[in-house]
Ligand binder design. Structure first.
Ligand SMILES: [Zn+2]
Length: 250
């Protein structure tokens, strides 16, 4: 068909309208997806708070019951009874070490006001909005305590890269995580960590930290944490790791 002035204008208008239509759909889809992810993240965070609340309640209940029993014994002139805490297992020590490591990382990555850029979306967030986000899952025990493997990450990205995150979004988030981590630690270190991770995946038992290893590591982590706490004045610590640890091993 021969091009005319009208046909050129018409074609341009047609193409533009088509572009408007497809980008509008894409925009709506993006917004919808973001809403969905945030909704899931909120539900997940609420679930976590509720679980913590329940466990706090049952712990306190037991504590008060024991105290009351001892008071009753005193009333009857009977000797007091000592309730010993159950001996901690390796898994509980690992969880404890992870909690300290995650606090170290947040202290390391935040500025003097407690703000940091999320490692995987580059948005500036404050202390409460940040998690100690693992690049290689915390379930890969051989690398879960490597401090380079944990970086300040916003809760939304942290959720996306977790077991309930959206697969496609996860890939995108991890890509930026890698880029920023390479800038932060250097390519060599980052590749070394990936190699370690692969070995751990092949033979998890071989590389998982033993209880003896954790016993040696935890005091080091506590000392490092103390150092960071002294540097970051904004932080009002709630937990005294050393005291908790003393009770744990008593
Ligand atoms: Zn983020």
């Amino acid at each position: 068909m021969k091009k005319t002035r009208e046909s050129i204008i018409k074609s341009r208008e047609y193409k533009y309208n088509q572009y408007c239509f497809t980008t509008k759909i894409r925009k709506e889809q993006k917004i919808e997806k973001l809403r969905e992810q945030n909704q899931k993240n909120t539900e997940y965070q609420i679930e976590k708070i509720k679980r913590k609340h329940q466990s706090d309640l049952s712990k306190k209940k037991l504590e008060y019951e024991r105290k009351a029993k001892n008071e009753l014994r005193a009333l009857e002139g009977k000797p007091q009874r000592e309730y010993k805490q159950k001996k901690r297992t390796r898994n509980q020590k690992l969880q404890f070490a992870l909690d300290i490591a995650q606090e170290i990382v947040k202290l390391r990555d935040t500025n003097e006001n407690g703000e940091a850029f999320c490692i995987s979306c580059n948005q500036k967030k404050n202390w409460e909005e940040l998690a100690g986000g693992h690049r290689w899952s915390r379930r890969i025990q051989g690398v879960c305590l490597e401090l380079e493997n944990i970086n300040a990450q916003c809760h939304s990205c942290n959720f996306t890269t977790g077991p309930r995150g959206d697969k496609q979004a996860m890939e995108r988030v991890n890509l930026i995580y890698d880029q920023n981590a390479i800038e932060k630690y250097g390519l060599e270190k980052w590749e070394e960590l990936a190699v370690c991770k692969n070995q751990c995946v092949i033979d998890p038992k071989k590389y998982a930290p033993s209880e003896a290893h954790l016993n040696a590591l935890i005091p080091i982590l506590i000392a490092e944490n103390e150092g960071w706490r002294k540097q970051k004045k904004f932080y009002k610590p709630k937990k005294k790791w050393q005291n908790i640890y003393q009770k744990m091993i008593a």
